[in-house]
Design a protein around this ligand. Structure first.
Ligand code: SAM
Length: 296
């Protein structure tokens, strides 16, 4: 389809499009546009995007990734905050009737409502995006807390954040973000992207992270908000022991200490152990044991 039209993703076309609309890149909106067609194709491949899929893209920019998604997906809904880009997108994406651009701040988006409005509910929904880096973590949390059953979330982000999302216990990058993500989905880095393929160039290299829905639920905790509080508290002071962080979280009164000691002993966790060595299963067990003692 549309083989005669040059792809949006090239340094020359990206500059030409921006110039013809008299636009500059807004650093405050994380506008680093991808200009390498092979990388865009690899992102779409990492998401195994097929004509059965409905795709939500966050931040289409001038449409470089949107175009590649539109060629393969059933439908693409692209959410863009920058009003200046709307006429550009109307133009660059005009050959693709299966794309809808919505002027929307992703962090304020009611995703369930947008999905009901723009998709027919008959197709798996995937997120595929080159994220604005200044809000990578809030976006991931917003997606995970949206209640939408995404088949996959395939997103480009700073490599250091990608390392945190996909880290395993014992790794220096393992923390509350790794746990929040991996509680719901399998996380893997698909490939690294050098900073040289963007205009303008960001300061750091990037990575594509693939979060995959599990066929069956792997982890379940009774009280998720207590689990979240526990995990955050245990990583509040990374250099301190789990024991110290637990006391800071739940109190240092002698009776409370006694109960906390009992819980740790029951789970065979040494007082000297650090949160970063605990597996997700161990955090779940700790959360549920604390609840039995009414420590929440
Ligand atoms: N998809 C394009 C690409 O790959 O070349 C642009 C990606 S650029 C890294 C991030 C895009 O997100 C920009 O178009 C920016 O305007 C948009 N953006 C920034 N903050 C946003 C927000 N809160 N909600 C929606 N889009 C946002």
């Amino acid at each position: 389809m549309n083989n005669q039209i040059p792809e949006i993703a090239s340094p020359t076309r990206t500059r030409a499009i921006m110039e013809s609309y008299g636009l500059t890149f807004k650093k405050s909106l994380g506008q680093n546009f991808l200009t390498d067609i092979n990388i865009l194709k690899n992102i779409v491949a990492a998401g195994q995007v097929s004509e059965d899929d409905d795709i939500i893209e966050i931040g289409p920019g001038i449409g470089a990734l949107t175009e590649q998604l539109a060629k393969r997906a059933h439908k693409v809904m692209a959410l863009e905050i920058d009003e200046r880009l709307l006429p550009v997108l109307a133009d660059t994406l005009s050959p693709y009737p299966n794309v809808e651009v919505v002027h929307q701040d992703i962090l304020k988006a009611d995703l369930q409502a947008l999905i009901a409005q723009h998709f027919d509910g008959k197709h798996p929904i995937k997120i595929v995006a080159n994220l604005p880096y200044y809000i990578t973590t809030p976006i991931i949390m917003h997606l995970l807390e949206s209640g939408v059953d995404f088949a996959a979330i395939v997103v480009m982000m700073q490599k250091e954040v990608a390392d945190r999302l996909s880290a395993n216990p014992g790794n220096k990058d393992y923390g509350s973000l790794s746990i929040a993500v991996q509680y719901q989905m399998d996380a893997q880095i698909a490939f690294i992207v050098p900073k040289t393929v963007f205009i303008p160039q960001p300061k750091v290299d990037s990575a594509i992270v693939v979060l995959q829905k599990r066929p069956v639920e792997k982890y379940h905790v009774n009280n998720y908000s207590h689990f979240q509080k526990l995990v955050k508290g245990c990583f509040a002071h990374r250099r301190k022991s789990l024991w110290n962080n637990l006391q800071a979280l739940y109190g240092k009164q002698p009776e409370q200490k006694q109960l906390l000691q009992e819980v740790l002993a029951k789970l065979e966790l040494a007082q000297s152990v650090r949160a970063e060595t605990l597996s997700l299963e161990q955090f779940i067990a700790l959360s549920e044991e604390l609840e039995k003692y009414d420590i929440i």
